[in-house]
Design a protein around this ligand. Structure first.
Ligand code: GLC
Length: 549
């Protein structure tokens, strides 16, 4: 059955797929450079096949000065030598296909690098044909055109004295925003995308896609007035084949918007990454650096709203971490004594829902956050926030506490393959510190241990592929106010399948009542060896299971 629904030439194959995100710099280095590379990914395809995934979302490997680790592209159709060659990429695509693993490239279409030939031309003169590929404002070089701020700190405008104009950038000054109102610029991007489709790439993750319709005159960044028009044009021009999967990063998405993005008429995208659940442990009205403890009923209500809101009229992507977010086991689980139990619990909670799950590299091992001295961090966002907050007079320990909790480098430390030096990631000097817990947490050890997080992920993925109801069933939240337990039902009327997923999010026992109709149900998977009985039960710390009736 799973092969039937995973037929990759069909629209919708990705609904029954599980994807895996690779941050290439930190995955596996085969040259001793200290930086991961494409050959390293090809070498580990067997590992990924055994995990059970159907596709890899590959963070950018295009030519780039690497100011933002590849999210600043200077050539959309070339591989950065840091990661290898075009032949290495072709080999990865071909070897992936042999194992039924699709390659999904990360496209940064909102902005490019200030070293991209388009920008180098654009800043030569106002008459240059590429000038209008970007967004400019006249000025004196002293006062920016307006008070808009860039995401990584500082003003959203940088001055080019040679032409007496400011250019607009929502991220770093080295990431000038592309001008989507210019049809020639849009066509140039579509040609670059087709280059990769012709090479056999089967999908794309679209970086900050809800920001392409920006209008700096109106101080609009996300959800601009022409956003959906652009997406429909992009989709028709570049994603014509029914098997191509697209997932847009959309920080500003709500359920109503997501229905448009992921409308089954395929006119826009396959699905979007929404972030409403990700912001719940952030202080109201503040930035991500100001954290507060997660209140579980908020998370349950939020995810239930997405599950029910898109059922039958859109499609969810399911994720808890990525290269921009801290490690989930440290964030919502417990990276101390209950690390293994809580990592499995979180996997159960996520993979039991409707949508396409995304695993971020190392999540399947239960990899954790890291605490480094400020000089060891590499991420420009962390370094900017440190500078800004210290300049404002914040206490250093408070600034560091925020960085430990939310810094992007938590997710970017090298993949932990073995317990040998540098976790088997490189024979050279790693570009960023390896988490010292690699001697205990690593893939080689987990492969051998039947109770490891890794083996649980394998079972969970297999389970999902073989149970249609877990893929397509409707969702019903149970015990909404229970502050410890996240429980829900999945039901597929067509096949008569019923599932109960129950997860204790705390390190204490939790009372929960299994609904009467699950008496005598089959225990499909769980992170404690013995089956939960029916009726009123006590869920042990971080206990999770799936029952089928
Ligand atoms: C996205 C990426 C992030 C990057 C930013 C600018 O949010 O995920 O890593 O820094 O866009 O491209």
């Amino acid at each position: 059955m799973s092969e039937l629904i995973l037929d990759k030439s069909r629209w919708g194959w990705w609904q029954s797929a599980v994807f895996y995100q690779i941050y290439p710099k930190s995955f596996l280095d085969t040259t001793g450079s200290g930086v991961g590379d494409l050959k390293g990914i090809t070498q580990r395809l067997d590992y990924l096949q055994q995990l059970g995934i159907s596709g890899i979302w590959l963070s950018p490997v295009f030519r780039s000065p690497q100011v933002d680790n590849g999210y600043d592209i200077s050539d959309y159709c070339a591989i950065d030598p840091l990661f290898g060659s075009m032949e290495d990429m072709e080999e990865l695509i071909a070897e992936g296909k042999k194992r039924n693993i699709s390659i999904i490239l990360d496209l940064v279409l909102n902005h490019c690098s200030d070293q991209h030939p388009w920008f180098l031309e654009a800043k030569k003169s106002r008459e240059n044909p590429f000038h209008d590929y970007f967004l400019w404002k006249d000025g004196d070089g002293i006062t920016p055109p307006n008070e808009m701020r860039a995401c990584f700190g500082g003003p959203a405008w940088t001055y080019v004295p040679e032409i007496g104009q400011w250019y607009f950038h929502q991220f770093a000054p080295q990431q000038p925003d592309l001008n989507w109102t210019n049809p020639a610029m849009r066509q140039a991007l579509y040609r670059a995308i087709r280059f990769w489709v012709d090479k056999g790439v089967e999908g794309f993750r679209l970086d900050v896609i809800d920001q392409i319709g920006k209008d700096p005159d109106l101080q609009i960044t996300g959800n601009g007035p022409r956003l959906h028009e652009y997406l429909r044009e992009l989709s028709a021009a570049a994603f014509r084949e029914p098997g191509i999967v697209t997932v847009g990063e959309a920080w500003g998405a709500d359920v109503e918007r997501a229905k448009r993005y992921s409308n089954p008429d395929c006119s826009e995208l396959s699905m979007v990454f929404q972030f409403q659940h990700i912001g719940l442990d952030q202080q109201e009205g503040k930035e991500k650096w100001d954290t507060k403890p997660l209140y579980l009923p908020d998370l349950k209500r939020c995810l239930a709203h997405w599950q029910n809101g898109l059922h039958g009229c859109g499609w969810n992507s399911l994720f808890m971490n990525n290269h921009d977010l801290p490690r989930v086991v440290s964030r919502w689980g417990n990276d101390g004594v209950y690390r293994v139990k809580s990592a499995k619990m979180l996997a159960t909670m996520l993979h039991g829902m409707e949508g396409t799950p995304y695993i971020y590299q190392g999540e399947e091992l239960g990899m954790t956050n890291i605490k480094l001295p400020i000089g060891e961090y590499r991420d420009l966002e962390i370094l900017n926030i440190y500078k800004e907050r210290m300049a404002k007079g914040c206490r250093e320990e408070d600034v560091m506490a925020s960085i430990y909790a939310r810094g992007r480098d938590n997710a970017r430390t090298p993949m932990q393959w073995t317990d040998s030096e540098n976790a088997g990631f490189t024979t050279g000097t790693p570009w960023i510190e390896v988490n010292p817990n690699y001697t205990a947490i690593n893939a080689a050890a987990e492969e051998k241990d039947p109770d490891s997080v890794l083996n649980y992920y394998k079972q969970m993925i297999t389970l999902r592929k073989s149970h249609l109801g877990l893929i397509y069933g409707s969702f019903q939240l149970l015990a909404e106010e229970n502050p410890q337990v996240f429980a829900y039902r999945r039901t597929l009327a067509e096949t008569g399948e019923n599932y109960l997923i129950a997860c204790n999010f705390s390190d204490k026992d939790a009372a929960f009542t299994i609904p009467a109709d699950f008496a005598g149900a089959r225990h499909l998977i769980g992170n404690y060896p013995d089956t939960a009985p029916a009726g009123a039960v006590t869920l042990r710390p971080y206990e999770a299971f799936v029952l089928q009736k």
